[in-house]
Design a protein around this ligand. Structure first.
Ligand SMILES: [Zn+2]
Length: 143
């Protein structure tokens, strides 16, 4: 794994790191890695913390976080945001930034489309998908 300067997050060396480097070159230095690789233990902690916030309502919790084992972050996916936007990077606000416009205009970036999946996980405009395989069951139409 490689630690990404200024972000406190990690990416898998190889495809993930190269992808991020290329995106950052093309979008500019206002783009920041907001979440990289997560292991299953951390994912479980995040999931349980989220469930706790929802008063233990697990049908609510997965709406904003994939259940353990279903996080594509394990497969090399990562999240990006705009420097200075803070927590708003994980809201629809990110999709209104020039950085996002630039991101989707590049043509080689796939945004994870999760709005129709069976877990009810919301659409994440900040979530960059590595590879576009049908095995993950998402068809991305973000032209
Ligand atoms: Zn993500």
């Amino acid at each position: 794994m490689a630690k990404i300067n200024g972000s406190g997050h990690y990416l898998l060396k190889g495809e993930s790191l190269n992808h991020y480097d290329q995106i950052r070159r093309d979008v500019g230095n206002q783009l920041l890695l907001t979440s990289g690789i997560r292991n299953n233990v951390k994912q479980m902690h995040l999931f349980l913390a989220k469930a706790f916030q929802s008063d233990g309502n697990l049908s609510k919790a997965p709406r904003s976080l994939a259940p353990p084992g279903h996080s594509y972050h394990n497969a090399g996916d990562f999240d990006v945001g705009k420097i200075g936007l803070g927590a708003m990077n994980f809201t629809a606000d990110f999709s209104h930034t020039p950085e996002f416009e630039r991101l989707i205009s590049l043509g080689y970036v796939d945004i994870r489309c999760t709005d129709t999946n069976q877990y009810g996980v919301r659409y994440e405009p900040w979530h960059i998908k590595l590879g576009c395989s049908s095995e993950h069951g998402s068809s991305c139409d973000h032209a």
